[in-house]
Design a protein around this ligand. Sequence first.
Ligand SMILES: Cc1cc2nc3c(=O)[nH]c(=O)nc-3n(C[C@H](O)[C@H](O)[C@H](O)COP(=O)(O)O)c2cc1C
Length: 202
Amino acid sequence: MIPGRCAILGPMRVLAFAASTRAGSVNLTLAKLVVRVAERSGSSVDFADYADFAVPVYGGDVEAADGIPPGAYAFADRVRAADAFMIVSPEYNASMPGHLKNLIDWVSRIKPQPLWGTHALLASASPRLTGGNRGLWALRVPLEHLGTRVFPEMFSLSAADEAFTESGELISAKYDKRLTSSVTDFLDLVAAVRGHGRPSVG
Ligand SMILES: Cc1cc2nc3c(=O)[nH]c(=O)nc-3n(C[C@H](O)[C@H](O)[C@H](O)COP(=O)(O)O)c2cc1C
């Protein structure tokens, strides 16, 4: 059987997005590659544009006056429709970008809280040497607090501005192998937990 696929339940559904709207985003390039790996493994991917989750800065008075914004409900709906989600996020000042934490804060106000019991894979890309990995450790905290089972392995790509071919593949075969195993190991685990059949090996 193909990993991530089950004869009874069909393909696994995975939400994926890059937490950057910047033209030329290295995280968007990496997210597109993550999506291709997941699709090759038999998953059905909902690849979201981060702009779909646009929300104002959270404030109690904003919520009281205007309610929870559509961008937060869009995120919640797409997480609920998926078996798992994958975030590829930049690192800002050794943490996650403020806009991503702000989105999580809004989503946490929805009842029932949509992140509880979900599964997530985190990845990052940065032109710098740390590859954005510190930001992923920060991102784990609110996600795990809200009940997301964050996959222990995280993929962080350093020198990301020089890491891709023109067609968006990784130049390094070693990194490509590592990315592929991170994504497929994650999907195999989610397939097993979500009852998509025994994940296949080899
Ligand atoms: C406010 C700000 C803070 C940043 N802090 C870090 C940092 O702590 N570590 C790092 O590796 N890169 C940092 N960067 C550089 C980003 O990794 C780089 O701009 C990256 O290209 C952003 O991701 P994107 O290309 O997907 O938009 C920072 C960038 C900005 C704008």
